[in-house]
Design a protein around this ligand. Structure first.
Ligand code: MSP
Length: 510
């Protein structure tokens, strides 16, 4: 039976429009989901939108809409963005859905029945943009440390989740599962926070109506974060399909940005323990994508929409850039100039050039027929190393390392062509040597198409077809198919075609 793999992105607030920061997490999750499918896993890949909370209620009211209508309208922009970027999620959840209401209420009931919820009074400083409370010493010049906006004094009767009772259990959990929070810097941050002691937190509001009613006291609605985190269970079948839930839960990895680490690595596992469910296997928090050294935000007007870059670099160029350019853990700066440089180096001059040279020569020197015999040339070992390094990169969610390993094979193949000069062998009439060299390069290209398909599905499918191979690279199964010489018999002749990645000149916006 196939292994199962369950990967999630955060559910994005519906009041924003998708920008390259949201797409960063989503594209990474997609590459991972595609990789695991290539390895034969059955994958559940969930994304969606977070529709509750004061922020959304107010945004809808400003537009004279009811919040549910506003939420479904704006969620469409995320669906469209993910379609544009070739995202292969298997579920898109909006927290307004009935299945989610049921799941949240069942979850709350379980936590309540298990004795982890009590009534209390809350007085605090609330940032509506974060949907979170701050203590006075967390404020920066009296404002929210993230949004630099005024916080509001709020006092109300709330239900509290007794997070403080989970300190030891969480520490023991992270002790037993060293990879449950990654990368290591984020794990240390979580451990530090846990050791400093945990406060109970309020999980209901009476001051707003937009949300999921607390099942035993419907005058209260559920705090947006408590509701939102449960989406990961809803998708897996919680509250409606116990068999599906047993199959998919616990999630293998929640991919998130570092801004929401505490919610995912402290609150969420404690909530699950309180409900009698297993914590996720891993929470991986990546850094921020900065623009001009700053976090993107509506107020700074520095948000970039994925569509703007896709227009210039294509979907594959877009996906390659964000996965290859920076390590996935730390913060990274985005610049258009760096994107042009990487596109030209890696794709136009690298893979694109290799594919064009090899196919052009094979069509003219070998009549478009792939040589049957594969020599055990020097590319064989490089290919083996690349396959292993790509797999290791995906295992550690080091997408840039996986991309680098693919580039190594491309570089080696380009260098091999320079070194062996098949054009000279052709002039000499040495057909066997030409077939040997080009046969090696075609095999390297086949393996590159396989390894790169999770990142660049469109270009790799085209390359696969030009190599005369049957089906698509996505139909192959690793690790077997990535072995040297393990390709299927060609279904057709080798074909030349337009450049896979036309070179991009500065100022040359397509
Ligand atoms: N709705 C909550 C998440 C609930 S999950 C149960 C939320 N939404 S959000 O719309 O603000 O999106 C947060 C996520 O978007 C971040 O954690 C991160 O994954 C992604 N990013 C948003 N801006 C980003 C950057 N500038 N850079 C990288 N990722 C960013 O918080």
């Amino acid at each position: 039976m196939a292994r199962t793999f369950y990967v999630t992105t955060p559910i994005y607030y519906v009041n924003d429009v998708p920008h390259i920061g949201h797409a960063y997490t989503t594209v990474a999750a997609d590459a991972l989901a595609r990789w695991r499918r290539l390895c034969g896993d059955e994958v559940c890949f969930a994304t969606g939108c977070d529709a509750h909370g004061l922020k959304i209620q107010r945004a809808a009211a400003e537009r004279g809409l009811d919040p549910a209508t506003w939420a479904s309208q704006t969620a469409q922009a995320f669906r469209d963005a993910w379609e544009l970027l070739g995202i292969t999620h298997t579920d898109f959840i909006i927290t307004t859905e009935a299945r989610h209401h049921r799941a949240v209420q069942q979850f709350l009931t379980a936590v309540h029945d298990n004795g982890y919820i009590e009534l209390g009074t809350y007085r605090g400083l609330y940032c509506v943009a974060c949907e979170a409370y701050y203590t006075p010493d967390e404020l920066v010049e009296g404002t929210c440390p993230i949004h630099r906006r005024a916080v509001e004094e709020v006092e109300e009767e709330n239900y509290f989740f007794q997070l403080s009772r989970f300190q030891d259990r969480l520490l023991a959990h992270y002790d037993a599962h060293p990879d449950a929070v990654a990368p290591a810097a984020r794990r240390n941050e979580v451990l530090g926070f846990l050791r400093s002691g945990l406060q109970d937190f309020s999980i209901s509001r009476t001051s707003i109506t937009w949300g999921i009613p607390i099942p035993w006291d419907p005058a209260h609605v559920t705090y947006v974060w408590f509701d939102a985190l449960i989406n990961y269970c809803t998708v897996a079948g919680y509250g409606r399909d116990p068999e599906a839930f047993a199959k998919w839960w616990p999630a293998d990895v929640h991919l998130i940005g570092k801004d929401i680490l505490r919610f995912h690595a402290v609150y969420w596992p404690a909530m699950l323990m309180a409900a009698g469910e297993a914590p996720p296997r891993q929470v991986f928090a990546h850094g921020f994508l900065l623009v001009g050294g700053e976090k993107m935000s509506k107020t700074r007007l520095n948000q970039i929409a994925p569509a703007d870059l896709v227009a210039d670099f294509g979907v594959d160029g877009y996906r390659w850039h964000f996965l290859a350019d920076q390590r996935f853990g730390p913060d990274g700066d985005f610049s258009y100039e760096a994107m042009i440089a990487r596109y030209n180096t890696d794709l136009a001059n690298g893979l694109g050039n290799l594919a064009a040279r090899v196919l052009n020569m094979a069509v003219s020197y070998l009549d478009g027929q792939a040589p049957e015999h594969r020599e055990d040339g020097p590319l064989r070992d490089v290919a083996g190393q690349s396959v292993a390094a790509v797999a290791a990169g995906y295992d550690r969610l080091e997408f840039s390392e996986a991309c680098f390993a693919i580039q190594e094979l491309v570089r080696a193949a380009n260098a091999y062509i320079e070194d062996r000069a098949p054009w000279a062998r052709h002039r000499e009439g040495d057909t066997a040597a030409v077939a040997g060299i080009l046969g090696d390069c075609l095999e390297a290209l086949r393996i590159v198409a396989l390894l790169a398909t999770p990142v660049m599905p469109g270009a790799c499918a085209q390359l696969w077809a030009r190599l005369g191979l049957p089906g698509t690279p996505e139909g192959a199964r690793l690790p077997g198919a990535a072995a040297w010489g393990a390709g299927p018999a060609a279904a057709g002749a080798l074909r030349k075609g337009p450049s896979l990645f036309p070179r991009f000149e500065a100022g040359d916006r397509r």
